[in-house]
Design a protein around this ligand. Structure first.
Ligand code: NAD
Length: 475
């Protein structure tokens, strides 16, 4: 753990094991922190806050530029750590490191643009000046599926704004966090500005961050259930919260779309990170006239996907993160088949050929999915592409919006008017139109409804870490 500029363990020496999900081998240990270490980290962040906030934006920006450079210099090492710890293919891990580094670069620049304003006042002797100031100590909790970029997406805007941070990474992927904090150390961030607490049990650390009044904001990426718990608990001290939660993205293939192009996009985004992404398509609505051509192309593409250890060349499907993920997917697929779905390919755990010890599930294509099936309602978080045939635009918009989630949606169409109608009517925070990667450090990312509160990235991302202060002057 990295607290107040020092690497420390817990006093008892207690650690927990980290395993490679492709092989089930133990690849490292990290300290098993708890309440005591979290309190130390909060104290360090609290003490560091006034000095960090008082630096000029140019000075804070300089640290972020350094951290960005260090990330790019250590890209390969970070990517290899990620593949061993989280399982994604090495090429995808490299892309994630680059995407993660972009947040440091972008917020190094944005730090200098935290503009206030002057407002015309109603009295002749009155002046209004609006300032933006950092909220204070931030507690950050990150997930395992994007173990590097979810750190920079929170830490970069928080530091740019002038906040200090206590971060708790997911218990499955703390090694990536440790490697990132080594780089923060090399960037010579002052002691206490960023602190890392690792723990096998997230609850004591999470509760301490929630209950300690010195922490003024919680930023969380993870499941909707835990996000709601955090929002409820944070309310007792009216701490600010940013929540990036689960999703259930519709992917809509319109009757005027090219079904081959749409299937290419759908398969690329569906199987990215083995489906373990909050913006992964979970319900693929295909116009009935396009279903056959779409399924043919999707099946062809799946047949070329190779599952295996992400370190091996040619592998595009890594393991799931653990046995619970396998069980959930197996259950969803069996339930769909029992209720009349048709399996086009896949539909089972992958064994043999060196895959037995890892948590591999075959890339799966299902057709004839209907509203009574679990997969139609629940986030899947795995390599299963469920196709739902539909007949009209009105019907598909209603079906797509029929979820309590609201993170990402995708539309494939060649009709501009339809594209605009869909963009306006879909109740999701991110809508990709003929585009499967509608994310970047410069763009606001986040969900509506039970997919979250607040945005990460873009101008909105730094506003989450700023208070607005009004100065009213009589002159
Ligand atoms: P999770 O909610 O179980 O865990 C996320 C983090 O919260 C981990 O660090 C975990 O240790 C911690 N945590 C768990 N229980 C806690 C508690 N009681 N108090 C404090 N912290 C606690 O989710 P997960 O399984 O790690 O991640 C998958 C979920 O994250 C999916 O639902 C996915 O859609 C979502 N996700 C969302 C985004 C987004 O930007 N919206 C991005 C990635 C993942």
């Amino acid at each position: 753990m990295f607290i107040n500029g020092h690497w420390i363990g817990v006093q008892s020496g207690k650690t927990f094991d980290i395993t490679n999900p492709a092989t089930a081998e133990v690849i490292g240990q990290v300290p098993d922190g708890g309440v005591e270490e979290t309190l130390q980290a909060i104290e360090a962040a609290y003490d560091a806050f006034p000095l960090w906030a008082a630096l000029t934006a140019y000075q804070r920006s300089g640290f972020l530029y350094d951290a960005h450079r260090l990330m790019m210099e250590n890209l390969e090492h970070l990517a290899q750590t990620m593949t061993r710890e989280q399982g994604k293919p090495i090429r995808a891990a490299r892309n994630e490191v680059k995407y993660g580094a972009d947040f440091l670069l972008w917020y190094a620049e944005e730090a200098k643009r935290v503009y206030g304003q002057t407002i015309p006042a109603p009295r002749p002797d009155q002046r209004f000046i609006v300032l933006h100031q950092p909220v204070g100590v931030v507690g950050a909790i990150t997930p395992w599926n994007y173990p590097v970029s979810m750190i920079t997406r929170k830490v970069a805007p928080a530091l740019a704004a002038g906040c200090t941070v206590v971060l708790k990474p997911a218990e499955a992927t703390p090694l990536c966090a440790v490697e990132m904090f080594k780089l923060f150390e090399q960037a010579h961030l002052p002691p206490g500005v960023v602190n890392l607490v690792t723990a096998a049990d997230p609850v004591p650390v999470g509760q301490t961050l929630l209950e300690d009044p010195r922490v003024r904001k919680l930023t969380f990426t993870g499941s909707t259930a835990v996000g709601k718990h955090i929002a409820r608990e944070a309310a007792s001290q009216l701490k600010r919260v940013s929540l990036e939660l689960g999703g259930h993205a519709p992917f809509i293939v319109c009757k005027d779309a090219d079904p081959v192009h749409a299937a290419k996009g759908a398969m690329l985004v569906k199987f990215l990170n083995t489906g373990q992404a909050c913006i992964s398509p979970n319900r693929i609505f295909v116009h009935r006239s396009q279903v056959e051509a779409f399924l043919d192309e999707a099946k062809k593409r799946i047949s070329r996907m190779q599952a295996g250890n992400g370190m091996e060349a040619g592998v595009s499907i890594g393991p799931l993160i653990g046995p619970d993920a396998l069980a959930k997917i197996d259950h969803q697929v069996k339930n769909a088949l029992d209720l009349g779905a048709e399996v086009i390919c896949g539909g089972k755990r992958l064994m043999g050929g060196g895959l037995d010890k890892g948590y591999f599930y075959a890339p799966t294509l299902l057709n004839k999915i209907s509203p009574g099936m679990r997969i139609y309602r629940e986030e899947t978080f795995g390599p299963v592409a469920p196709v739902v045939p539909y007949d009209s635009e009105e019907e598909v918009v209603e079906m797509a919006n029929d979820t309590h989630y609201g993170l990402a949606a995708y539309v494939y169409t060649q009709n501009l008017s339809r594209a605009v109608r869909m963009l306006e009517k879909l109740r999701f925070g991110i809508v990709g139109i003929n585009d499967i990667n509608p994310t970047a450090a410069a763009a606001p990312f986040g969900g509506m409804q039970e997919s979250g509160l607040g945005r990460e990235g873009g101008r909105e991302g730094i506003a989450e870490y700023l208070e607005t202060k009004l100065g009213g002057l009589s002159v």
